[in-house]
Design a protein around this ligand. Structure first.
Ligand code: ZN
Length: 64
């Protein structure tokens, strides 16, 4: 997946809003481009992968 604005492939999960429920019903989750901060939607499996990547990164930083 790449940003339609800047072409970056780096995203993070965006804060979930009430208005996003419609998208969630379509199995899409909001994410934000790390480069240009554009908000967009990705499929739930991809959002889950982002979430897990974030968790594993936190683990590597030695919190545990
Ligand atoms: Zn972008």
């Amino acid at each position: 997946m790449t940003c339609i604005d800047c072409g970056s492939s780096s995203f993070r999960l965006s804060r979930f809003r009430f208005s996003d429920l419609e998208r969630l019903a379509l199995l899409q989750y909001p994410v934000r481009c790390r480069s240009c901060r554009r908000r967009t939607f990705v499929g739930l499996p991809l959002a889950l992968a982002l979430y897990q990547a974030r968790r594993s990164k936190r683990k590597e930083s030695g919190v545990f």
